[in-house]
Design a protein around this ligand. Structure first.
Ligand code: BG6
Length: 516
């Protein structure tokens, strides 16, 4: 049985103009890597949608930099194409013309000081023409090897500091942020040579997802769940981030990363932090991030034995996705034929603190799994005494609260209900909230929210230096353990739920993975 809780659909408060005070001051967005995939798929469409929602100021400019030689006109055409292709809202030539006039392009090598002099001249030209404040948002959408050199050159050109006290300069840094603890620390040091921590916005796009932000609202804006949110009532937590896609043309990046760097270090540990953190003293950037870091620090370090017993990696072989044959990882373009890269990871985490002592958190993520599904399932302990007879409850399962992050966004609670009739028989039923039925408008894309927050200067949904380093501390210890182990990497068929070893990992504790 599935019982949808129906509510009157609510309109989008952004469009209703209810969010005054969340409109940025005039600014110029400078995108390094503006000819690349991220800019085309995510950044330009996000800006366009923010503009349609009337969330951008009347005056803003965009400067793109990349090696590709475009004229301003050609670059505008590129942006138009990407909006037509990827925008959540339909194309509107009239609206775009407002946006298009503000776009400039610089053909640049990122290590060439001349490009930064040109950029400085363009920014000065904009300031002279518009008499607007010189607020600058730099976006690093390049391969990560360029991040230090871009930061250094911005510093050398004097573009890292606001011109006046009332102006601001910020920098958004894309993932991957390092490939282990040492490289993440190096990158933090490089950025800190030029920018203050409060100017640095490290992106994790999961934090921009509506359903991920709702974790904190669900926990802390409701009185009924938080008293149960601890080791006394919660048996264990399962976090699944399953993808049916493969590496999708990103072979050379992915073969150097693997699922643990690509998904666990950032997105999954963020989900763990939000689920496990204590209530912050205020809903404000540092207060929230202080609590998230405490969770990461409380995760029990993995001993060598824990790594072999409580982490599993896997690599996909060929198989079928939605009925169509797909190649194995080793046959994908740009993957080394003897690659030992993980395309699947499962692990058990223990959080050694007062709230979570003894409650296992099971994490799994993988490419080419049976379906795309991201969810967090909280399984509660069973009732302390069963006074209904065993025969009355043959199907009764523990209560599970599931936060469905994507694609069927919602929250479900599973509980036992009496089957109508003259005898007591109990069956498991589901109570569900679905975003799609309760809220009329489609949720904005994660990048819309994150770009807007960076323009406003709110870093609550961005990761702080110590947060990123704590996550890497854990992940690097696992990577080192895997590097020492010479055993073959388990494989799984594309379209399955991962290797057998992952089933054994959770079965050892007496549980089973859910099938989302
Ligand atoms: C990215 C990873 O950060 O997240 C990709 O690099 C992955 O490999 C993607 O596919 C998943 O994001 P989403 O929003 O589709 O769940």
């Amino acid at each position: 049985m599935s019982t949808a809780i129906m509510e009157k659909p609510m309109a989008n408060p952004l469009r209703e103009g209810l969010v005054d005070g969340r409109r940025p001051q005039p600014f110029t967005l400078v995108i390094f890597g503006a000819a690349g995939d991220l800019a085309h798929r995510k950044l330009f469409p996000a800006l366009y949608n923010l503009m349609l929602d009337r969330l951008l100021p009347a005056h803003f400019n965009i400067v793109g930099l990349a090696r590709h030689p475009y004229s301003d006109q050609e670059f505008r055409k590129e942006i138009e194409e990407s909006i037509r292709h990827y925008s959540r809202r339909p194309w509107d030539a009239g609206e775009f013309s407002r946006f298009a006039d503000e776009i400039h392009y610089v053909t640049a090598n990122f290590d060439d000081a001349e490009a930064y002099r040109q950029l400085a001249a363009i920014l000065q030209g904009i300031a002279d023409r518009t008499h607007m404040p010189q607020n600058h948002l730099f976006y690093m959408a390049t391969p990560p090897s360029f991040y230090p050199i871009i930061a250094q050159n911005l510093g050398a050109a004097g573009l890292n500091k606001p011109k006046q006290e009332s102006d601001w300069v910020r920098i958004i840094v894309e993932k991957p942020f390092g490939r282990d603890l040492a490289s993440a620390q190096d990158l933090n040091n490089d950025l800190h040579q030029v920018f203050d921590e409060r100017q640095i916005f490290r992106i994790d796009h999961y934090l921009g997802k509506e359903t991920v932000q709702n974790i904190l609202v669900f926990r802390f804006a409701n009185g009924i769940f938080e008293p149960l949110w601890n080791h006394q009532y919660i048996d264990h937590v399962q976090i699944t981030v399953a993808e049916s896609l493969g590496v999708e043309g990103r072979g050379s990046y992915y073969d150097n990363a693997g699922a643990i760097r690509d998904m666990v270090q950032n997105h999954m540990l963020q989900l763990v932090s939000l689920m496990a953190m204590e209530p912050p003293v205020a809903f404000e950037a540092d207060a929230v991030r202080d609590e998230k870091v405490k969770v990461l620090r409380a995760i029990r370090p993995f001993s060598t034995r824990d790594i072999s017993e409580y982490t599993v990696r896997g690599q996909y072989e060929s198989g079928f996705i939605d009925g169509s044959p797909v190649p194995g990882f080793l046959d994908e373009p740009d993957i080394a034929s003897d690659s030992r890269t993980d395309t699947f990871v499962a692990m058990r985490l223990l959080i050694d603190n007062w709230r979570w002592a003894g409650v296992p958190f099971y994490l799994r993520t993988g490419k080419r799994l049976a379906k795309r599904a991201t969810e967090i399932a909280v399984q509660f302990k069973t009732a302390p005494h069963r006074f209904f007879s065993q025969t009355a409850t043959p199907e009764l399962e523990p209560n599970v609260l599931t936060l469905k992050i994507q694609p069927d966004e919602g929250i479900a609670l599973r509980f036992g209900a009496k089957v109508p009739g003259p005898v007591v028989r109990i069956r498991t039923v589901n109570m569900e909230f679905l975003y799609g039925t309760s809220f009329a408008d489609a949720a904005p894309e994660a990048y819309e929210r994150l770009l807007l927050d960076a323009m406003i200067g709110d870093s609550t949904l961005f990761t702080r230096k110590d947060e990123v380093e704590s996550a890497w501390t854990l992940v690097t210890s696992i990577l080192n353990g895997w590097a020492r182990a010479k055993n073959p990497i388990p494989t799984y068929e594309s379209g399955s739920w991962g290797p057998q070893e992952a089933e054994q990992l959770i079965a050892r504790d007496g549980f089973r993975w859910r099938r989302p």
